[in-house]
Design a protein around this ligand. Sequence first.
Ligand SMILES: Cc1ncc(COP(=O)(O)O)c(C=O)c1O
Length: 393
Amino acid sequence: MSKKNETIQRPIPLQPGESASVVSPIYPSVVYASETPDMLDDQYEGRIQGYTYAREGHPNATALAKQIDLLEQADGGIITGSGMAAITAAIMGSLSSGDHLVGGDQLYGRSLRLMKSDLPRFGIEVSLTDMTNIAKVRDAIKPNTKLILIELVSNPTLRVADISGIATLCQEKDIKLLVDNTFTTPMAFKPMSAGADIVVNSVTKLLAGHSDVTLGYVVAKHETINKSIYDFAVTTGLTPSPYECWLAERGLMTFALRFESSQATAKILAQYLTMNKNVDRVLYPTLPDHPDAAFVKQSLSVNGCNLVSFELKNKTREAANRFVKQLEGIAFAPTLGDVGTTLSHPASSSHRGLSENERLALGITEGFFRVSVGLEDPDTLKRKFEAALKSIT
Ligand SMILES: Cc1ncc(COP(=O)(O)O)c(C=O)c1O
């Protein structure tokens, strides 16, 4: 046959040989070919395993989900295109119009916005309350309450929820408990063992760890809820790209080491900041004066977290600007969980949508900062903070 008449053939069967790749391959294919309509029936009806269309699932999402399932001690987790996609799928996949949701009043800003501005438009009622106070949580419950959403450690004041009280209340009232485990991560806290029915993580943060992918993870203990969350995510296109799943799987390989190191350094930094004369107060879960020390002991006794919040003595915007400028080599960026330490200023970022009085009620002044500790040497980090803090005397 003349070369001219040859055409492309798709796909060319690959012959990788007898040896196996040690790294997950990337599967960018959007579609998967089946041999016959009978085989498709078998796939859709669960008699055989196989992929059909990437929005519904692909091997890189499965590989990543299985890795996180192991960490969360769960089965059948779903990868989504972001942490917010996971939270949205968890809520919309398990609630209907007319249901009521109780959420923590110090959740991640976009979760709060979803609950305040979006869910009510779809007929889902929302109440927000203080998750460190079980009496307040009980008061917020209504006959139509179906779900409670918490983050064990709140943002940015690092208050710790009464997880055992909330889990008991959920059982008593037949309410499902949804835990956003992003701050704590499955290294510090296992929500399923603590009574959660649904767990979400922003994989973007510590799990992937390098600020180069945006992904989420959601899993429900009950198969029917898990299926409903999966169907919502697939129908609304909340599902992820193979490339990002592949990159996140690679990041996840070092997650345990990164977390161990950064939370140990966070403890050191927190202790150091308590001794600096230009710092008014320091918030870190395992510091002895933490307002929720009893809950910390119950749920976070071994590990703390990699976040430290603190307030400058000088609470002016001018001092905040000066401090950030002087903090050399630390990215001033509203994120967390990167390999490098990052600094955020809630008054001008995550909490800028609140009025000054609302911020002050949470203790967020212009002098309030949150640090996400990375992998730097602790002494170097302390020196950098010391130099920047000196500049505001
Ligand atoms: C606690 C928490 N949950 C969820 C999210 C949302 O994650 P993503 O940015 O991956 O959508 C964030 C983002 O900062 C977060 O801090």
